[in-house]
Design a binder for this molecule. Structure first.
Ligand code: ZN
Ligand code: ZN
Length: 239
């Protein structure tokens, strides 16, 4: 175990910081986002929970923080339980309150050879790895919105990768947070809970959305052209 910081941070936009866990196996190394709003901050996705994300983040004392999980997979919800105000989609409400392997797919991480490149804590053992239950305090559905004062994010239900995958779209700036529904990398539609026909509908929708930038659950930010290209490539392969 080294003393190097567990998380890595990079600013992607004036109000958007991306956090990742460089020591986590690349299959499970997700993008987590801290969005600074005027009235409230958003934390979008929560990594593996191997160290405290809450303690790591520089959250202004007293300012409301809305914690939003794009979906219930293991690489996105590890530190979800550390936040008080938790939001996620209704289709995964039960899953968030239980955090069973069948929904989080944590067993894939447990079985992953070299799942971490460095130990998060002394004597850490992957066989004991568990995701803590994190019941939702607010249930999101298509059309819900999250107003942080200087931006208003509409919830898009984007199933296919998982039943309750959501995107958060601020029409005014064209900013989309899209979790694993779409990202610049190899998309996953063959895990338990995936549904290719729903994924096709989600991609039909994404290829038409007029964004300025999309921040995915993995990979680099996407331009409108790049995101549309990824959606169209998926549709060509699955229609
Ligand atoms: Zn996922
Ligand atoms: Zn993921």
């Amino acid at each position: 175990m080294s003393n190097a910081p567990w998380f890595e941070t990079g600013r992607l936009a004036e109000q958007v910081v991306r956090i990742s866990e460089p020591n986590v196996h690349r299959f499970f190394r997700a993008n987590l986002y801290h969005v600074t709003g005027r009235d409230a901050d958003l934390v979008i996705d929560f990594g593996m929970g191997l160290r405290s994300l809450r303690e790591y983040l520089d959250l202004p004392p007293g300012k409301p923080v809305l914690a939003i999980a794009t979906h219930v997979h293991v690489d996105h919800v590890g530190s979800f339980h550390e936040f008080e105000h938790r939001l996620g989609h209704s289709a995964e409400q039960e899953a968030f309150s239980q955090m069973q392997d069948a929904d989080t797919l944590a067993d894939y991480f447990r079985k992953q050879p070299e799942c971490v490149a460095d130990l998060p804590v002394k004597d850490w053992d992957p066989t004991n790895f568990k995701i803590a239950a994190a019941p939702l305090s607010e249930v999101l559905v298509e059309g819900s919105f999250i107003d942080i004062g200087n931006a208003c994010y509409h919830v898009l239900h984007l199933p296919g990768h998982s039943p309750g995958s959501v995107g958060l779209f601020d029409e005014q700036s064209g900013t989309l947070f899209c979790g694993d529904a779409i990202y610049d990398g190899a998309l996953v539609d063959d895990l338990p809970g995936c549904d290719v026909s729903q994924y096709v509908e989600t991609m039909e929708r994404l290829r038409k959305i007029d964004i300025s930038v999309a921040f995915g659950g993995h990979g680099p930010p996407m331009s409108r052209e790049r995101m549309h290209h990824i959606a169209e490539t998926y549709l060509r392969a699955n229609n």
